[in-house]
Ligand binder design. Structure first.
Ligand SMILES: [Zn+2]
Length: 404
């Protein structure tokens, strides 16, 4: 039962209140027993019962909940740095995709890789994330696009969850795009998803969520309804990649079908914002994709003013967001999405946990929550996200165990 003390400032990041409310406590201390926080407050008010416990010195740093990356495509084969060069020189993505690049290039490399090869790649990446202060990661399939290869990706996530300290939340994204062998038979692929993949994945408990790419170039609203309602019938919770390239009604669908989150939302309508808020859907922003693709961000200010929680994630993937650096994404969320550092902090902790339906366990520092904690070398959240450095994480704990 340790005490973390000599904390310059601690941000509790409780769920309630406005997005900017992160409950700062100066000169704080925090106590946990096994994996659960039992006390948080000003160090001078630390109860006498805790005075003789093992003392861990936070060095005057900033303490925040362990970061939650609620949207990644962690396990994939191959990188696409050649496309990065083409895009830097102005070649549109659609042309790159038509000449065999894009998602389908990652699909080929992921199909070619063995499960062990994908596991080794994903493990190296998640170890990198751990060092940044991240303690929970959502991971999507979606580069296999066949029964066998989707299951292979999800098996990688199951092994990762068991074999390293971070919590891994798995999402089945078989409906990422239509694979080439079903180019002229969309219904055939959807049948594979709803008759083969979803029942097996649910039965084997290989995923917590089912996700889908709703876009003119991917799946229609009607197709999404069919796939998501099947997943729901099998007990999977729902997420959507929605309204990234146009207002395709994805936000409304997320609200109508009872999704936990809708992600991207660059072109989300005012009606979509209101419906999501009323239905309790979390909006997940992807600042790295806006940055790498030089595209507009989601209307974060409108969302926050409407009372819709905005989470911040990396969308780590080999195409539009080839970085797993969540603090960098958080820095970009301030600059590109015009969010305050405090709003962004709540977006990558409390609200990211909400986007994974884990808010009862993690994402905030309060009694009864898991001891998922990051210590940053910074005097405040403003300073941390303003003076951006490669890595400010000095120390972190997952389930009360030190992992950095
Ligand atoms: Zn994504």
């Amino acid at each position: 039962m340790p005490v973390l003390g000599n904390i310059g400032i601690l941000y509790q990041c409780k769920q309630g209140g406005r997005q900017a409310e992160v409950q700062p406590v100066e000169k704080a201390a925090l106590v946990w027993e096994r994996d659960t926080i039992v006390w948080v407050g000003e160090e001078e008010k630390l109860p006498a019962d805790y005075a003789d416990l093992e003392f861990i010195d936070a060095g005057g740093g900033m303490v925040i909940p362990g970061l939650v990356d609620c949207h990644t495509h962690l396990a994939f084969g191959g990188w696409r740095e050649d496309e990065y060069e083409l895009r830097a020189l102005g070649r549109p993505y659609i042309e790159i995709a038509k000449s065999g690049g894009g998602i389908l290039s990652s699909m080929r490399a992921t199909r070619e890789a063995t499960e062990d090869e994908l596991y080794d790649l994903a493990l190296e990446r998640i170890n990198g994330m751990r060092k940044l202060g991240i303690t929970t990661v959502e991971c999507k399939s979606g580069y296999g696009l066949s029964f066998k290869d989707e299951v292979k990706q999800l098996n990688v996530y199951r092994r990762l969850d068991r074999n390293q300290p971070l919590d891994v939340v798995s999402t089945f994204l078989g409906a990422h795009t239509i694979p080439p062998e079903y180019k002229d038979n969309r219904a055939g692929y959807i049948s594979v998803l709803i008759k083969e993949c979803i029942p097996f994945i649910a039965d084997e408990q290989l995923a917590t969520f089912c996700d889908i790419f709703v876009e003119e170039t991917a799946f229609t609203i009607d197709e999404a309804w069919t796939i998501l309602s099947t997943a729901q019938d099998y007990g999977l919770m729902l997420k959507l990649h929605a309204d990234q390239l146009s207002d395709g009604g994805g936000a409304s669908l997320a609200a109508d079908i009872g999704a936990v989150s809708a992600d991207h939302l660059e072109y989300c309508s005012d009606e979509g914002i209101a419906k999501m808020r009323d239905a309790g859907v979390t909006a997940v922003s992807i600042p790295l994709a806006s940055y790498y693709l030089r595209q507009p961000s989601l209307p974060a200010r409108k969302m926050i003013e409407a009372g819709l929680p905005v989470a911040v994630s990396t969308d780590f993937n080999p195409g539009s967001a080839p970085s797993y650096h969540l603090p960098f994404a958080m820095h970009l969320a301030c600059v590109l999405q015009t969010m305050s550092p405090a709003e962004v902090l709540k977006g990558a902790t409390a609200y990211a946990a909400r986007a994974l339906k884990l808010d009862h366990l993690t994402g905030s520092l309060e009694s009864g929550k898991k001891a998922d904690i990051a210590v940053m070398d910074a005097k405040s959240v403003n300073f941390w996200l303003y003076h951006f450095r490669p890595n400010a994480c000095a120390m972190s704990f997952k389930d009360g165990i030190r992992i950095v």
